[in-house]
Every structure is written in structure tokens, then in C-alpha cells.
Design a protein around this ligand. Structure first.
Ligand code: RAM
Length: 360
């Protein structure tokens, strides 16, 4: 215990100074010690599914962007679950949708503050790795949610749904709406975002199916999860490709801004729009005929599962290895899949018929 807290203090120091400096300050941490700590962080011992759920833990949430309504709902779900579990919640994060450097420094801040676990939505797969590994060396459990880092840089990833499913279904939704024919574009978030890029790769793969031979993907634009930039990018797409038949926007900020642009333009109802949006953001655009159907998971449930995974890791009930199972309260039992991925479940498709049944 003492060793752990000492090593946590030292590594926290390393996170903000340099490793060499911290080693001196901590009375001779050798390279070997660091290597051993690294190894134990990576394997994190053996899971004990019957270990009691620890209380009084602190879990830090670090979304891609704090003022993004999607993350507000997701992180509130995490906060509620932590309260139920008798643990504490905190949230830190950048306000812009492209601030990877900001995310790195927030990881270091959480490490310094010696939280028990952190839940991170990674703006970039590789850029956060060193800081996250440093956190794990300190015995801090790292869960990614919504957008992953590289698997060796976290203990587990809580995924909103299978990336394969999400990528393919967005193409299927749009293809149906445009009668399998015409030019289409994608309006994404940040160019580095792990989740968006994974879905886009799968969309491109889905489009190789001969049934889409008359559909042409003409451009991938980036709105950086900034409402104004996403609006302008939509406008730009229509200027550049006047024959555009449809847009897929796999981001809640992007799809809302694109809908706003289309609904006030001559393209309303003519240029089809689908992707990932929240029912509350999209309700008016579905009702006024701008959008037929789009999809999403429940962000609050994603945040809740991230919090429960973080607590299960910090309690030693799971280590993040494939095949381990744990109970996520009323959400039921979850099994950890390949590469430490935990899938929340299937997304929901929203349209005029069902949208009023959802409030988030
Ligand atoms: C935005 C973010 C987030 C993504 C959702 C669908 O809010 O880019 O990472 O999962 O959209």
C-alpha cells in the first residue's frame, strides 16, 4: 500500500517534470523499477470477480470536448453511476474539438491528482499514449470510452457499438434514402479522431459492395465538432458538388449543423442527411422533412458503463483481459472482448415514427 502510494506520488511527479528528475526526487527509482511497474500495469495481476466493489474511489472523466452536449449527457451518466456506487466523479477536458495537446495535459493533471481511474475519449489514437501509460504505471486504471487510444495504452475500451456495425449501417441508411445512386460526402469531426476514422474506413469498405456501384464518395470534410465550421463545411460541399445526393455525418455536432444548413436551403429534403445525432438535436429536422432517419446509442448509458468498468477495474474484479465478465449494475453482465473492448450494445435508428419516445 505504502509502496503504491509512494510510487504514485513519484510517477505523478514524473508526469509533470521529467522521469529522470522524478527518479532522483523519489530516492533512486531505477530503470528496472520503472520496467517492473510497467509490466504490472500492463497485466494488472489476476482478476477476482468476487472482490468487493470499492467505495470512495475518484474517477476522472476526460471527454474530447467538455461543452459538447453529447459528452455532457455521457458524463452525467458516469456521474450518476459513481454516486450510486459510493464513489466520486470529476470532469476535466478541453473546450475545443481538436485540442489533443490539451487532452494530454489533462491526463497528466489527473495523474498528478492521483485519481483511482480515468475515463478518456481520445481525440487521437497515439498522442495520449505516453501520458496514459504513465497513469497506469501509477496504478491508475485507464478506461477509454467513445473514442479509443491504442490498446496497450489503456486497460479497457468501452465502445458505443461495434465499429463495423456503425460504419456499415450509416451507409445502408443513406443508400436507401438516395435509391442507391449518386454522389455522397462525409462530414466528420476532427481529422485525428479514432472513432470517426474507424467508422469512415468501414463506410469505404461497405461502399465496395457491388450493390453500391452507382454511389460515389466524393469527399470527406472535417468540421472539428465545431458548429460553425461544420455548417460552413456543409455549405462548401454543396458549392463544390452541386449534384450531391447525400451526406453522412458521424458526429452529433456535424449532423446537427448540416441539418441546420440544409433546412434553410433549397436542398432541404432533396439532399439526404444521415449519421449519428441525438434525438433532441434532430427532432425538429426530422419533423420538418430535412432528415428521414439517423442513429445513435444512449450516451448516458455509455458514460454509465465507462464508470462501472472503471470501478470494476479499480476493485480488481476485472483486469481488462478478453473473456472476463463483470456486472454493471442494472445494465446487466458484460464480457470483455478482444483487445479489451466492451461493446455497449446495438445502436437505435431514429425516424419520424419513434423519435418522440426518446429524450436525450
Ligand atoms: C460527437 C463526438 C463523439 C461521437 C459522437 C457521435 O459528439 O465526435 O466522439 O461519438 O459525436
Amino acid at each position: 500500500m505504502r509502496k503504491q502510494s509512494l510510487s504514485r506520488t513519484c510517477a505523478a511527479l514524473a508526469a509533470v517534470t521529467s522521469l529522470a528528475l522524478a527518479a532522483t526526487a523519489c530516492g533512486g527509482t531505477t530503470k528496472e523499477d520503472v520496467k517492473n511497474e510497467d509490466a504490472s500495469a500492463a497485466t494488472a495481476g489476476k482478476a477476482d470477480p468476487n472482490a468487493p466493489t470499492k467505495k470512495g474511489l475518484t474517477v476522472g472523466f476526460l471527454p474530447k470536448q467538455v461543452n459538447n452536449p453529447y459528452f455532457t449527457v455521457a458524463d452525467k451518466g458516469g456521474e450518476k453511476a459513481l454516486k450510486e456506487l459510493g464513489s466520486n466523479y470529476k470532469e476535466v477536458g478541453p473546450s475545443s474539438g481538436t485540442d489533443t495537446a490539451g487532452q494530454v495535459s489533462y491526463v497528466n493533471t489527473l495523474t498528478q491528482q492521483q485519481v483511482d481511474a480515468m475515463a478518456v475519449s481520445a481525440q487521437d489514437p497515439g498522442a495520449l499514449c505516453t501520458a496514459l501509460k504513465q497513469a497506469m504505471k501509477n496504478g491508475i486504471k485507464v478506461v477509454t470510452y467513445d473514442s479509443d487510444t491504442n490498446p496497450e495504452c489503456r486497460n479497457a475500451f468501452v465502445s458505443q457499438a461495434s465499429a463495423d456495425d456503425l460504419g456499415r449501417t450509416q451507409v445502408q441508411l443513406l443508400a436507401e434514402q438516395i435509391g442507391n445512386k449518386g454522389e455522397i460526402a462525409i462530414l466528420s469531426a476532427a481529422q485525428t479522431a479514432t472513432n470517426q476514422n474507424a467508422w469512415i474506413e468501414i463506410m469505404k469498405d461497405e461502399l465496395k459492395d457491388p450493390k453500391y456501384k452507382d454511389i460515389k464518395l466524393v469527399k470527406v470534410a472535417y468540421g472539428d465538432d465545431d458548429a460553425q465550421k461544420s455548417f460552413q463545411q456543409t455549405q462548401g460541399l454543396l458549392q463544390e458538388y452541386p449534384d450531391l445526393k447525400g451526406i453522412i455525418s458521424p458526429t452529433t455536432v456535424g449532423i446537427k449543423a448540416a441539418a441546420q444548413y440544409l433546412s434553410g436551403s433549397k436542398y432541404k429534403g432533396k439532399v439526404k442527411l444521415t449519421g449519428l445525432g441525438t434525438p433532441n438535436d434532430m427532432r425538429n429536422y426530422v419533423k420538418n422533412g430535412t432528415v428521414e432517419a439517423f442513429e445513435l446509442w444512449d450516451p448516458a448509458k455509455l458514460g454509465e458503463l465507462a464508470a462501472r468498468t472503471a470501478v470494476a477495474l479499480a476493485s480488481g474484479q476485472i483486469t481488462g483481459k478478453e473473456g472476463e465478465t463483470f456486472r454493471a449494475g442494472a445494465m446487466g453482465e458484460y464480457t470483455i472482448g478482444e483487445d479489451g473492448v466492451i461493446d455497449l450494445g446495438k445502436p437505435t435508428v431514429f425516424n419520424a415514427e419513434n423519435i418522440d419516445r426518446y429524450d436525450f
